[in-house]
Design a binder for this molecule. Structure first.
Ligand SMILES: Cc1cc2nc3c(=O)[nH]c(=O)nc-3n(C[C@H](O)[C@H](O)[C@H](O)COP(=O)(O)O)c2cc1C
Length: 350
């Protein structure tokens, strides 16, 4: 599937707004491949996005789902009290911190029915029986992994390809299990180390993700054996992305460091450092999606107030070097840069 792409670049699924059918269609027009993000959406809203993507383009595209994890039993009252005080700044109460599975079963049924060309999973592995159903519907299955052990698990349920996510990556880490005694959710591998270690653990085709914002980065991971490069942050400021205007502004400023935090959602994720992240990261328990729900009204109120200090500003380490403009132009430029870098490298190596 990814071998035959004219441009081996994938616009990553980015839940919470940035991924749109328009972004998917525009990346495909330029010869790359786009994902819709099924996370946080109801099955009905995801169905609408799939219909829109199909109305905009005949090209293949993918849909990503969050695999539900085990329900954390950690006492949430201390963190709820913190966020009540935080909400006071914005005149809102924290949300109801209930656990749910993000409507996973209904969305899986939808994807089987909709016969989507590629279905990718993060936060865990789908059941083998669900992989079988999706295979029967003609879908290629991708699982995001961060370690050789996760890669073996994904291969065992029948994944067709793996997305190797390095610690540079923006957004949530795809770790299968999360443990509060481990601040980052598993050993941290950069994307090249991840590719090398995971290639030794499985024969599956590997897609590389994490910190790739220039065509030379794309060329580097292809040289390291990846079949394609999956870029999220590089498309956050694409014209067609649904990224919040406040996030676009602070991304463009390029002055903040990034860090990994559980403070917003209860799962480790990389974003721009702001006040909320600084003040709450140390106290945040591993409880996804309870913390996601708890912080949601506060993040939304901060967004309405154009205040970046309490928003989850997910972005990868290299965001300050990421492009902006029409997605087609971003893809074309990446490919031009990648070819130039490859030519330079070939010259240097001969
Ligand atoms: C804003 C944002 C939202 C993301 N949402 C998702 C998601 O819904 N599903 C997923 O598998 N990965 C998600 N990711 C992670 C990407 O798939 C990918 O691993 C990451 O963007 C790669 O690093 P980069 O951002 O430095 O390119 C998200 C990343 C960002 C920046």
């Amino acid at each position: 599937m990814f071998d035959s792409l004219r441009v081996p670049v994938i616009a990553a699924p980015m839940a919470g707004g940035p991924s749109t059918p328009e972004l998917v269609a525009a990346t495909a027009r330029a010869g790359a491949f786009g994902f819709l993000a099924g996370g946080y959406l109801s099955a009905a809203a995801l169905a609408d996005q799939i219909s829109t993507a199909r109305a905009l383009s005949d090209d293949a595209f993918g849909v990503n789902l969050f695999v539900p994890g085990i329900r954390s039993t950690v006492d949430l009252s201390p963190y709820t009290a913190r966020l009540r005080a935080e909400g006071g700044r914005y005149g809102v109460e924290p949300g109801d911190p209930r656990w749910d599975d993000d409507g996973y079963a209904a969305k899986l049924d939808l994807l089987v029915e909709a016969r989507v060309p590629v279905v990718s999973f993060t936060f865990g592995v789908p059941l083998e029986s669900d992989v079988d159903r999706l295979h029967e519907a003609g879908s290629t299955i991708v699982v995001t992994v961060t370690s050789p052990d996760e890669a073996r698990e994904a291969a065992a349920v029948g994944a067709d390809a793996l997305c190797v996510q390095g610690f540079e990556a923006g957004g949530h880490r795809g770790v299968f299990t999360d443990d509060v005694t481990d601040p980052f959710g598993g050993e941290l591998h950069g994307v090249l180390a991840g590719l090398r270690l995971i290639a030794a653990a499985t024969d599956l085709p590997l897609i590389a993700a994490g910190g790739l914002v220039h065509g030379a980065d794309v060329a580097a991971v292809l040289t390291a054996g990846a079949v394609a490069a999956q870029l999220g942050t590089a498309f956050l400021r694409a014209d067609e992305a649904g990224t919040h205007p406040t996030q676009r502004r602070v991304l463009a400023e390029g002055s903040r460091p990034t860090a990994v935090t559980r403070a917003f959602s209860g799962r480790p994720a990389r974003g721009l450092v702001n006040r909320f992240l600084r003040e709450h990261t140390d106290q945040a328990p591993a409880a996804y999606p309870q913390l996601h729900r708890l912080s949601k009204p506060i993040r939304a109120a901060a967004g309405r107030a154009d205040d970046p200090e309490a928003m989850s500003l997910w972005a990868g380490q290299t965001y300050a070097r990421a492009p902006h403009g029409p997605a087609e132009h971003i893809v074309t430029t990446l490919w031009h840069q990648a070819r130039e870098a490859a030519t330079r490298t070939a010259h240097r190596l001969t």
